[in-house]
Ligand binder design. Structure first.
Ligand code: CP
Length: 325
């Protein structure tokens, strides 16, 4: 079966195919054609063991707009609460003859593991990773790229600063891969305590820049100059078991996109845009002025999420080429 587990499953041509098809899907949305028959007779199950607003509902809308039957299962309402294992849960769902499982799980690698189990049994069920622990969130990276390209034309040669809680961010890990494929230059900005260990060697190997100084990055004092794109990450307090350092106030002072930093960014990069995958901690990593600024693409990202997920489901379930490289 075809799966989308990581952006690394794709090459640049496959990413481009998904983004191009998403343009067509968004045209369908714009024309208010609510349903196309592309996935008629197909069944897509959203299997979510972690909470979600955007990803789960946009996959459901995407499937419905392509005439697929879509069903939601959440960890709390499923028999996993009675002790059923992930393997038995996945095999049970696949045995019902579903075409795709869109899966979110708190454990890194969970979607890969489910795909392996299903492949071993030859079920033919596709697995889409909708976020696994701190590992990857490939459709988020695709919709981020789509949104920025629609505003700036291309990511090729653009400077993207990814800012915040890098250690816990699957959005960061997926974006790092897709941005490299699309030709962007990346700077990763985080407090030392929220930068993954081994980041220096990683940056050297994969050709991105590391910084602990957001103001220096906004002033263009790193390779690539003033960023064209500020990608703010959510501080993931639910993944910080031992409390977290810096304190919320220190975090905002050092790494928040405050009103003053928004003014500095707007002056230095008049065409520059701000992204955030959501959900936002307003007042912590992003001020309300920045979240709601004309340069903020936050709601464009949400809107693009439907078109990009339509495109992903199309390439996995309906096209000849498939989504993968
Ligand atoms: N960006 C994102 O994955 O949001 P949800 O957790 O609401 O799906």
């Amino acid at each position: 079966a075809r799966h989308l587990l990581s952006v690394a499953d794709l090459d640049a041509a496959a990413v481009r195919r998904i983004l191009d098809t998403a343009v067509e899907m968004q045209e369908v949305q714009r024309r208010q054609v609510k349903k196309i028959p592309t996935l008629r007779g197909r069944t897509v199950i959203n299997l979510f063991f972690e909470d979600s607003t955007r990803t789960r509902s946009s996959f459901e809308i995407a499937g419905k707009w392509m005439s697929a039957d879509t069903i939601n299962i959440t960890g709390k309402g499923s028999s996993t609460s009675k002790g059923e294992s992930l393997r038995d849960t996945a095999l049970t769902i696949a045995a019902m003859g579903v075409d795709a499982i869109v899966m979110r799980h708190g454990a890194s690698g969970a979607a890969h593991q489910v795909a392996r189990w299903l492949d071993e049994l030859g079920t033919g069920t596709s697995v889409v990773n909708a976020g696994d622990g701190t590992h990857e969130h490939p459709t988020q990276a695709l919709l981020d790229a789509y949104t920025v390209e629609r505003r700036l034309g291309s990511l090729d040669g653009r400077h993207v600063a990814i800012v915040g809680d890098v250690t816990h961010s699957r959005v960061f890990r997926s974006n790092l891969l897709s941005l490299a494929m699309l030709g962007a230059q990346v700077t990763v900005v985080a407090p030392p305590t929220l930068m993954p260990s081994g980041a220096s060697a990683w940056a050297e190997r994969d050709g991105f820049t590391l910084s602990h100084d957001l103001d220096a990055v906004l002033a263009g004092e790193v390779a690539g100059g003033v960023p064209d794109v500020l990608m703010m990450l959510r501080v993931q307090r639910e993944r910080m078991s031992g409390g977290y350092f810096p304190t919320p106030r220190e975090y905002t002072i050092g790494y928040g996109l405050t009103r003053d930093r928004l003014a500095a960014f707007t002056a230095a990069s008049p065409h520059g845009v701000i992204c955030h995958p959501g959900p936002m901690n307003r007042g912590l990593e992003i001020a309300a002025d920045a979240a709601d600024a004309a340069s903020s693409l936050v709601l464009d990202q949400v809107s693009a999420g439907v078109a990009v997920r339509m495109s992903v489901l199309y390439h996995l379930l309906a096209s000849e080429e498939g989504a993968s490289a």
